[in-house]
Design a protein around this ligand. Sequence first.
Ligand SMILES: O=C(O)[C@@H](CO)OP(=O)(O)O
Length: 332
Amino acid sequence: MGTLQSNRLLNNASAHHEFGNVSVKFVPKCFKLNIELSRNRSYGSGKKNFGLIQASASQTSVIDPVLSPSNNGTSDSRKKSNEAALILIRHGESLWNEKNLFTGCVDVPLTKKGVEEAIEAGKRISNIPVDMIYTSALIRAQMTAMLAMTQHRRRKVPIIMHNESEQARAWSQIFSEDTMKQSIPVITAWQLNERMYGELQGLNKQETADRYGKEQVHVWRRSYDIPPPNGESLEMCAQRAVAYFKDHIEPQLQSGKNVMIAAHGNSLRSIIMYLDKLTSQEVISLELSTGIPMLYIFKEGKFIRRGSPVGSNRGWSLCLYKEFSSIQAKVR
Ligand SMILES: O=C(O)[C@@H](CO)OP(=O)(O)O
């Protein structure tokens, strides 16, 4: 892939982003409505709202689940205020993981094993209330998020927010507050995409190592600031992924919402580098397995790593980070 093509890919992706922000729906002019902004939190007995704009009386409500974080609505009566859970999941095995091909921004689906991994990940997090889901724009991350949610105890419906145009927004509105309460908004963002692997995309990793040398390929794959030919370094990937995390996801956590992110090996490595304050040296040895969820607690502005939830029938039991085989990073 040449530079021009790579730039086009990124530009297209960025067009998607421009419409991907938090938004408030428009109320159709034909209804004269008494609109109020509800900031109620209702805890327990499965009651919850997203901080909805509601239309009163007998008229139809127009409800947007993705409101600014100040319109807080969180779900769990057990949750202490100003605490929120952050779940990170690298997608399950993709068809190109299976073939050992550099994938990057190529949009490849999961294998059967990847589907099973996503379902297994869902079992592990099935007791953790999820208020919002963020995924990349790539199908392997979206499949993983959706399959994981099929296992969730609360049986809420994850719904992809289509903000790519006014029409997409208008045509995907939901008109029932009760239905909204049973939904989880899913935000897709190209900034969470896998690191763009440039001219390595589609090449076999072993053959590339045979041709260019193991060391060179290791530098392309794991160095912090050296990009593969016409691709992104981890540092470049971090610039967009961590910026998105800070601007869009952290405010949701600050408002007490539990968030799940389904993304990719390198976009998640860059986010973990930020969460765990890893140095550019330390992040080199951070490896993430496919389909293993990782849990952080966000408390008083800090991220506390809690490892991986261990199973659906053991509540919030957690294994320690050092027992968490998917991450071989130095334990700090
Ligand atoms: O090919 C890719 O896109 C990534 C993730 O599968 O590979 P690597 O682990 O080499 O960064």
